[in-house]
Design a protein around this ligand. Structure first.
Ligand SMILES: Cc1cc2nc3c(=O)[nH]c(=O)nc-3n(C[C@H](O)[C@H](O)[C@H](O)COP(=O)(O)OP(=O)(O)OC[C@H]3O[C@@H](n4cnc5c(N)ncnc54)[C@H](O)[C@@H]3O)c2cc1C
Length: 392
């Protein structure tokens, strides 16, 4: 039985920086997560099953493509609202946020930004409602941090393309209706292709035995001479900057999402520390426990301010890839550290599913690795401030 009684943390009155629409969107997502996600997520995580029945509700609260214009079925919201939705979803579980991030930033965004008008009208409204689900195939078995070396490729066969290769570690793959796949053409140029479930030679085997993101479905994408209609290629952008543009949007959402996981851990740790008695006192009265809690709320507050400012820059079209990278790295690292400290405050109870801590901690081990590892993001900042790339 979950003891989650979450209340948001706002030590610096950051709510005063939000407009009414942003607060309304955040509160609606918060209520939905408390009602629909928190009561069932632990069980799904323990059983390693994805709660597919939540997809319709995610569509209804506008979690799929919040910033996509309404004429394509999106909610037409600003980027701070998008971030706040991701924060609330990840307070529930990183796996639920991952599903919404992938659908919004890695499937809808590339179709919206790089797709033809026909592609936008065909796919975006169904993706926004959750009637259709998508996944994003960039990572390959031998090419993770360096996707430019990918080997998945397609050849021009006159009236269609022939796609071959494999992608690995793909969120939503086992149930996705479409995959936005990044592959090289005969000139070695990276292009985005929409591959639909049911195309001959296309399979999506599930990846099992994960200790992290257990309530999220992960799988492979295998392309064995898949015939793809030519109109399924995204026409308006190519090269590595195309998938990296999608990752900017998704990393931005992760930076907010990590705050949600951290807030849930802090909230649970604070309650536990006030209730749990040892040596005839609440453990919250011991200086060492107060140090942990004080550092947690400080780091959460810093992360909130970082995201609010980043969101403001993004709304103005001024947020750089390097700024987004810094926020993703900082906030996920912050959340993982808080999860570990919160786990200790809960003592032995912290390892059980009665509290959300261990689940968040294990989830965050994936979040710190995907969409660019912590170390790769350090290299991105290093490159940005010195002008010297240290990737090779
Ligand atoms: C649960 C989960 C879901 C995922 N979902 C998706 C998805 O939906 N779509 C998708 O395309 N991918 C997805 N990924 C893949 C993810 O993006 C990759 O795992 C990530 O990019 C790292 O690649 P890798 O695992 O191959 O690690 P590697 O690239 O092999 O890196 C291993 C280690 O080496 C370090 N390293 C690598 N290069 C350097 C360097 N130049 N300098 C210093 N250190 C370096 C890394 O920081 C890391 O610590 C997912 C992963 C997970 C775990």
């Amino acid at each position: 039985m979950s003891k989650n009684q979450f209340q948001g943390c706002d030590y610096y009155n950051i709510d005063e920086l939000l407009n009414d629409e942003q607060k309304m969107v955040r509160d609606a997502a918060r209520q939905w997560v408390s009602k629909e996600v928190s009561p069932i997520i632990e069980d799904h995580c323990q059983k390693a099953t994805f709660p597919k029945h939540l997809l319709k509700g995610l569509g209804e609260i506008g979690a799929f493509g919040p910033y996509i214009p309404q004429e394509y079925g999106g909610a037409g919201l600003d980027h701070i609202s998008y971030g706040l939705i991701m924060q609330e979803l990840e307070r529930g579980d990183s796996g639920i946020r991952s599903t919404a991030s992938v659908q919004s930033s890695l499937v809808m965004y590339p179709i919206f930004a790089y797709g033809s008008e026909e592609q936008k009208r065909k796919y975006l409204p169904k993706l926004a409602s959750g009637e259709m689900m998508g996944c994003f195939g960039l990572t390959e078995p031998d090419h993770g941090s360096n996707p430019s070396a990918m080997v998945t490729n397609f050849k021009d066969k006159g009236d269609h393309y022939l796609l071959n290769g494999a992608k690995m570690w793909i969120s939503n793959a086992p149930f996705a209706d479409i995959a936005v796949v990044w592959a090289k053409n005969e000139e070695g140029r990276i292009k985005g292709i929409i591959v639909e479930r049911g195309m001959e030679g296309f399979t999506t085997p599930e990846t099992h035995n994960k200790w992290s993101l257990r309530a999220s479905a992960t799988g492979e994408l295998v392309f064995d001479n898949v015939k793809v209609p030519k109109e399924n290629v995204l026409p308006n952008k190519d090269g590595l900057s195309a998938p990296l543009g999608c990752l900017d949007s998704a990393r931005y959402g992760i930076a907010w999402g990590a705050i949600g996981a951290a807030m849930d851990c802090y909230d649970s740790a604070l309650r536990y520390a006030l209730q749990r008695q040892q040596f005839d006192k609440p453990i919250a009265s011991f200086q060492l426990q107060q140090k942990k809690l004080a550092e947690m709320i400080t780091e959460i507050t810093k992360a909130q301010l970082l995201c609010w400012r980043l969101g403001t820059l993004k709304n103005q079209g001024k947020a750089t890839s390097a700024q987004i990278s810094m926020a993703k790295r900082n906030n996920v690292d912050m959340a993982l550290h808080i999860a570990r400290e919160a786990r200790q405050i809960h003592g032995a109870m912290g390892i059980t599913g009665d509290y959300p801590i261990m689940r968040h901690m294990m989830n965050l081990e994936s979040v710190i690795t995907y969409e660019g590892t912590h170390d790769i993001h350090l290299l991105i900042t290093g490159n940005d401030i010195t002008g010297i790339g240290a990737f090779k």
